[in-house]
Design a protein around this ligand. Structure first.
Ligand code: SAM
Length: 250
């Protein structure tokens, strides 16, 4: 199967990642967990270091080491080449920056509620010359107009107030073109020790006591919004547990 739909299913990207997997979606969905590739994380960390040349040393270190705790390799693998991508809660824009550095992005739009994060993301886009724009928007307000090939929501839902969560999924579905993909990635709420480790992480770094969004709710809301579940994976990196869900608009 050629995931990117470009006839190059067996090619390798600039980071050396296989552009396609020999494991079928069905098999991956059944796997209880997968240890992600340390080599991939190291390569993505190097790209991240090149992308962020301004900002505080703490911010740059967070971007540089994020590929070791967040499965960007899997997220990049799921993203079709030459796509228009809307990244919701983009933070410093790392996902879009990594996509652009692979030459795999036609257009990227990122937004985040944090003005500081958006300023850093804009600095990255300017210095890298990537075709990405960033805006400060709360996910509870109006989103940039679509349609997009991909809408991504990476480690954002556990920060969104409970009442606003369903509408985030509904807005994601509305911004997609037919056949477009919704990439949902958040932290696992089980096992408890992994969930607690991440809670501590957010308490220290984001100064927020987070509440997890049951992934079953996300699947239900997405399905009701015309999205079909295509892939479900649990991915462990260090002490962090991730749940990835990939939906396609029918
Ligand atoms: C853990 S960071 C993830 C950033 C980025 N997606 C990544 O993976 O590198 C969570 C981000 O969600 C943003 N966020 C939280 N609540 C939000 C909201 N209501 N609207 C937009 N962004 C939000 C935060 O400002 C923060 O940048």
């Amino acid at each position: 199967m050629d995931r990117h739909g470009d006839g190059h299913g067996d090619s390798y990207s600039q980071t050396g990642r296989r552009a396609d997997s020999e494991i079928s979606r069905f098999d991956r969905a059944k796997a209880p967990s997968a240890e992600t590739d340390l080599k991939t994380s190291t390569e993505l960390s190097r790209v991240s270091k090149r992308l962020y040349r301004s900002g505080s040393p703490i911010f740059r270190a967070m971007q540089r080491y994020r590929p070791y705790i967040c499965p960007f390799g899997r997220l990049l693998d799921e993203t079709p080449r030459n796509a228009r991508v809307l990244d919701v809660g983009c933070g410093g824009g790392l996902f879009l920056g990594l996509l652009a550095s692979e030459g795999a992005l036609r257009q990227g739009v990122g937004f985040d509620v944090s003005g500081k994060a958006i300023a850093l993301a804009q600095g990255m886009a300017t210095s890298s010359g990537a075709p990405i724009s960033f805006e400060r928007i709360d996910a509870g307000d109006d989103w940039p107009d679509g349609p997009f090939d991909v809408v991504s929501l990476i480690d954002v839902m556990h920060h969104v107030p409970t009442k606003a969560r369903r509408s985030v999924v509904e807005q994601a579905a509305r911004r997609l073109r037919p056949e477009g993909l919704f990439l949902y990635k958040d932290m696992c709420d089980t096992p408890r020790w992994r969930a607690s480790a991440n809670r501590l992480h957010d308490l220290v770094l984001a100064r927020q006591w987070i509440t997890y969004c049951p992934v079953e709710d996300v699947v239900r809301w997405a399905t009701a919004s015309g999205l079909m579940l295509e892939d479900a994976e649990t991915i462990n990196m260090l002490w962090y547990g991730h749940e990835l869900r990939v939906f396609r608009k029918s």
